[in-house]
Design a protein around this ligand. Structure first.
Ligand code: SF4
Ligand code: SF4
Length: 385
């Protein structure tokens, strides 16, 4: 296993971290349940800890609150001491000062530990940032650090670069966690976020390196690009090496759900040459071709211009089409479905459309919005947390 510096904390972590958002589950669609399969989850976590992985990422909300408890139980009895545990609290759960403390205390109890190594404000939303500052949430975290309940302070972020930069520059964060992969260098927080985090000496943890696993199984035209390239590597290897190539990367989280995936990934992260500078110019060109091919597979030609908005029924039309296109592009709807579940916390589901037609009149791409919303809703509904 390769290890990397964790920003300016003086600590090192395994370059591969175990994300505990996608622990093995028993999915029962009829009952609408998907509880963690504890036996398989224990096996996975213990194997990771016994084979060089030292970084474990969880959150209050993962698996409906069960993730922290399963991780704590699996690491208990000798493995916790070698592990670094990162967990998170979302602003939506920080109703009062007491609630913030209770949430941390509950996390410590579930994790069976007296401290967590990294405590994050989970998924900072641009719309919540002003309130996070006003309510001095970071000072609460500093208090926890001074009491020895947490060692480092960080944040996770899904969103555009400008808000990321503002959050990053506001405070001397120990770490930040963002979505990046070779498809997102100009999307989400963008590659620039990696560069800026590095400049500040902030530990950088990358999530969604495989875009919810979708980059692991490319469709045939994209597979052909990989196959024509020398040296031959799997799509998963290329996706990881793209991120390992950045010297700023501290740790790459992967939500592995099977022991096979975990073993294969440990092998990739143990290759002696998987270090900064591991991507040649030819390798980078090949990945740029792969990216262009993925981008060309778009089902609904929505540009995200927003001229159709607002919908009086509250449907987030461009967001729905973006997720639907993503599912088709990668031939995998797992991550878009989860995104749809989140989107519907801010917008109503596409099924709320009453076919008034107002949006279609305004769309410069002449998209059949009503029909496509129905199709997209069928493809995106039904995520079980
Ligand atoms: S047709 Fe549907 S999506 Fe479009 S504005 Fe009317 S209700 Fe909203
Ligand atoms: S107006 Fe058309 S292209 Fe623009 S966001 Fe709406 S659906 Fe997409």
């Amino acid at each position: 296993m390769l290890y990397r510096n964790y920003g300016g904390t003086g600590r090192c972590v395994s370059a591969l971290g175990l994300g505990c958002m996608r622990l093995p589950r028993d999915v029962n669609e009829e009952k609408g349940e998907a509880p963690v399969n504890r036996e398989k989850a224990f096996e996975l976590i213990k194997y990771a800890a016994d084979n060089g992985i030292t970084y474990f990422d969880t959150a209050l909300g993962y698996h409906g609150g069960a993730s922290e408890a399963v991780l704590g139980e699996a690491l208990d009895g000798g493995r916790r001491e070698k592990a670094q545990i990162a967990t998170k609290q979302p602003f939506s759960e920080m109703k009062t000062r007491d609630a913030i403390r209770q949430n941390l205390e509950s996390a410590l109890k579930k994790l069976r530990t007296s401290y967590v190594d990294v405590y994050l404000i989970h998924n900072i939303q641009k719309s919540a940032w002003e309130n996070i500052k006003k309510r001095r949430i970071i000072e609460e975290f500093e208090q926890f650090r001074s009491e020895g309940l947490i060692r480092s302070i960080g944040f996770s972020y899904h969103g555009q670069y400008p808000a990321f930069k503002e959050i990053l520059d506001f405070y001397d964060w120990d770490m930040c966690q963002i979505q990046q992969n070779f498809m997102d260098t100009e999307r989400e927080a963008t590659e620039e976020a990696i560069i800026q985090a590095g400049k500040k000496g902030c530990a950088l943890v990358i999530m969604e390196p495989l875009r919810g696993g979708s980059l692991a199984f490319p469709p045939d035209p994209i597979k052909a690009v990989y196959d024509a390239h020398t040296p031959r590597r799997t799509p998963v290897e290329w996706a990881f090496r793209h991120l390992l190539n950045y010297p700023q990367t501290s740790c790459i989280l992967s939500g592995m759900t099977t022991l096979d995936q975990l073993k294969r990934n440990i092998e990739i992260f143990s290759q002696a040459d998987a270090v900064p500078g591991c991507m040649s110019e030819e390798d980078k060109k090949m990945l740029a071709q792969v990216k262009a091919k993925y981008d060309s597979i778009v089902t609904v030609p929505c540009t995200g211009c927003g001229y159709c908005m607002p919908c009086h029924q509250g449907v987030g039309i461009p967001e729905v089409f973006s997720l639907y296109n993503e599912g088709n592009m990668f031939g995998a709807f797992d991550q878009p479905r989860r995104g749809y579940m989140w989107t519907t916390r801010f917008h109503h589901e596409a099924s709320r459309c009453v076919a008034c037609g107002a949006c279609e009149k305004k769309c410069p791409q002449s998209i059949e919005i009503i029909k496509n919303l129905q199709i997209a809703h069928e493809a995106l509904k039904g995520w079980l947390e």
